[in-house]
Write a protein that binds this ligand. Structure first.
Ligand SMILES: Nc1ncnc2c1ncn2[C@@H]1O[C@H](COP(=O)(O)OP(=O)(O)OP(=O)(O)O)[C@@H](O)[C@H]1O
Ligand SMILES: [Mg+2]
Length: 245
């Protein structure tokens, strides 16, 4: 049972992420589209959750409501017990910068910046206490790109670009990383490298993951699988790696 203040659950842990009765409607002319309907779930630290469901079922919209790219029409999103769904933009920016990282299908790197500079961006935005340049170097080393620091996105392969995007998403040490089809633009081998990397980050950094995907190869990494259909949460089950520590 979730508590109203977003406090610890029965086992004493505050969920990294909690959605409470989330709804998202869109008005299109005279019609009201219900894109998300009454979605509730919690995610505990260390879970590796895949979000599956047909095209148009609401996966990207749900991730957008979690990361603040979108605003739910009703319900709440809590990050580490803090309700971010109704916060003002000024408060929100700092909290989101530290609480959740986002990785996209199309990488979304800034084309004029080097790999290192791309990773530094959230550190400047969030006034990182150490040297952004050092931090970016460490993270790019962690994702296996120590020899690509000064490359620009068009000088990197798709898999390498996605690894830069992962390093950027992790720059401010968020406990939660949300990814929308992270392997969607990659060949199978590169997709596997990216997924192995994410899984290793779960082990090394203790990061929690929520990943929307159509890709069966991605869902094989899941400790838990959420299923959306027509804007509703219709499945919540242990994944193939449920027992992993
Ligand atoms: N800005 C918008 N205006 C109108 N409809 C929208 C808008 N954004 C999303 N939708 C609709 O909301 C529904 C959910 O879209 P969403 O992108 O979340 O689905 P998805 O599960 O991520 O699909 P896919 O697997 O194709 O990425 C779709 O029916 C979509 O057409
Ligand atoms: Mg989508």
């Amino acid at each position: 049972m979730p508590t109203d203040g977003g406090g610890p659950s029965a086992d004493g842990q505050t969920p990294v992420l909690e959605a409470r009765h989330l709804g998202r409607t869109l008005r299109l002319g005279a019609t009201e589209l219900e894109i998300l309907r009454d979605i509730s779930f919690g995610v505990q630290r260390g879970e590796f959750v895949t979000l599956m469901g047909p095209s148009g079922s609401g996966k990207s919209t749900l991730l957008g409501c979690i990361t603040g790219l979108d605003t739910p029409t009703s319900g709440q999103v809590l990050l580490n017990g803090v309700d971010v769904s109704r916060m003002h933009e000024s408060q929100l920016a700092g909290i989101r910068n530290r609480s959740v990282g986002m990785v996209f299908q199309a990488f979304n790197l800034i084309p004029t910046l080097t790999a290192r500079e791309n990773v530094e961006v959230p550190l400047y935005a969030g006034s990182w206490r150490g040297s952004p340049s050092r931090r970016a170097e460490d993270l790019l080393g962690l994702v296996g790109l120590a020899s690509r620091l000064e490359h620009r996105p068009n000088q990197l392969s798709g898999g390498e670009q996605q690894r830069v995007a992962i390093a950027r998403a992790l720059a401010t040490e968020p406990p939660l990383l949300v990814a929308d089809e992270p392997t969607g633009n990659l060949a199978a081998t590169q997709g596997k490298e990216v997924m192995d990397l994410l899984w290793s980050l779960r082990e090394h950094l203790g990061t929690t993951f929520v990943i929307a995907t159509h890709d069966a190869a991605v869902s094989r990494y899941a400790t838990r699988t959420l299923q959306l259909a027509d804007g509703m949460l219709v499945g919540d089950a242990p994944g193939p790696r449920a027992g992993a520590r």
